[in-house]
Design a binder for this molecule. Structure first.
Ligand code: SF4
Ligand code: SF4
Length: 134
């Protein structure tokens, strides 16, 4: 079994289709939804963690390609070039995704695998270093 994080964009034409339901039913995937949003224009965004066999995940990606759904690889973006390493986000990050990689130099690093998309770093970074795809 493997676990992958994916970010899906649904144009208006796809938002009412039971695509996620079919992913679970047809490919035996366990899906953990971190975040979902529907815009006033009825476009949809989903941030998911999917767990299943590699074969089933490959089949699920193939299934998604039958729709106008766009798969994005990134949710939270941490701009390492603009980070001042002030550390303010670290106390607000519940999972340690943002952490000091070296306590002596206080160098901040971002581990995307640990990120649960809570958006706390966006609210708490005084320099706007963190942003979200949606
Ligand atoms: S979105 Fe939440 S979990 Fe992810 S890095 Fe920011 S504070 Fe940490
Ligand atoms: S709060 Fe912003 S500038 Fe400070 S360490 Fe975190 S990401 Fe970098």
């Amino acid at each position: 079994m493997i676990t992958k994080k994916i970010y899906l964009y649904f144009p208006k034409s796809e938002t009412e289709k039971p695509i996620v339901c079919q992913l679970i039913r047809n490919f035996d995937l366990t899906i953990n939804i971190f975040r979902a949003k529907v815009t006033p224009e009825e476009e949809g965004y989903l941030s998911l963690e999917i767990t299943g066999t590699q074969e089933h995940i490959d089949q699920a990606y193939e299934f998604l390609s039958e729709f106008d759904v766009i798969i994005q690889n990134k949710g939270i973006h941490w701009d390492s070039d603009r980070c001042t390493h002030c550390g303010n986000c670290i106390v607000h990050c519940p999972t340690g995704a943002l952490h000091f990689s070296d306590r002596t130099t206080r160098t901040v690093m971002f581990n995307e695998e640990k990120c649960i998309e809570c958006l706390s770093c966006i609210t708490n970074c005084p320099f706007g270093v963190c942003s979200s795809a949606f």
